[in-house]
Design a protein around this ligand. Structure first.
Ligand SMILES: Nc1ncnc2c1ncn2[C@@H]1O[C@H](COP(=O)(O)OP(=O)(O)OP(=O)(O)O)[C@@H](O)[C@H]1O
Ligand SMILES: [Mg+2]
Length: 226
């Protein structure tokens, strides 16, 4: 229901956005203070339209069931790539990254784009939690047995401020955020994606010490459904 409403809004909004953008281009060099004012207002409109478009895109990503495009992939490689990607940001914040990959962790079927998004959300949260105070971000993989099944486990551990017992229940809720410009979608989407893979996310956290997010993914044999 909410998803279809967003779809209905998307097209007219994009028409408004394109036209506002075209107007801005027509008025590249304003000739009078009046025109300058108009251009400034147009810029505000364009920026706000873009913000709305981003909000709706993220919302749709949440409400729509993801069509998983499963392919045999390496979780270790995904983490290695991701570490390279976030290293500059970590360095800026004085955060040291430690990577503990299970040697020889077998490839298994997952949607690598979506899982990358999951781990990136967790890593960004960890970095934001440690803020400029620095700290340590640990990324680990392992293979474990649970209920007689093999699972790939990915842990994202930080030495940030942790999460209060009261907030522990809420962090996965849609729109729950304690950040000034947080959308509160990151963990809700991540949980959803992991569950769509037949997995689960666990969270342990201690105030003043840090947080540990543990992602469990079933290592399904090729072609076998859950
Ligand atoms: N590693 C962490 N340490 C401390 N608090 C955390 C951590 N990860 C998440 N949280 C808390 O959970 C809230 C929800 O996280 P979530 O990723 O869903 O949203 P967000 O980061 O606030 O916004 P968004 O991810 O959409 O930009 C955060 O605002 C923060 O309060
Ligand atoms: Mg987040």
């Amino acid at each position: 229901m909410a998803g279809s409403l967003v779809h209905e809004i998307k097209n007219p909004l994009s028409t408004i956005g394109i036209n506002a953008q075209l107007l801005l281009e027509d008025w590249k060099d304003p000739q009078s203070p009046k025109e300058e004012r108009a251009v400034r207002r147009l810029r505000v409109m364009v920026a706000e339209i873009q913000r709305l478009e981003r909000i709706m895109q993220t919302f749709l990503r949440f409400t729509e069931r993801h069509e998983l495009s499963l392919a045999s992939s390496s979780l270790n490689s995904l983490l290695e790539d991701l570490v390279e990607f976030v290293s500059p940001d970590a360095e800026k914040r004085g955060v040291r990254i430690r990577l503990g990959l299970a040697p020889g962790l077998a490839s298994f079927e997952f949607d690598s784009d979506l899982l990358r998004q999951v781990v990136l959300n967790l890593v960004q949260n960890a970095l934001q939690a440690m803020d400029a105070a620095g700290g340590e971000l640990i990324l680990k993989t392992s293979e474990r047995d649970r209920d007689g099944q093999p699972w790939a486990v990915c842990e994202v551990i930080d030495t940030g401020p942790g999460i209060s017992p009261r907030a522990l229940d809420k962090v996965f809720d849609l729109y729950y955020s304690t950040k000034k410009d947080g959308s509160g979608l990151g963990l809700a989407i991540s949980k959803r994606i992991v569950e769509e893979h037949g997995g689960r996310i666990e969270l342990r956290s201690e105030e003043g010490k840090g947080s540990q997010f543990v992602v469990w993914l079933p290592m399904r044999p090729r072609g076998k459904s859950r």
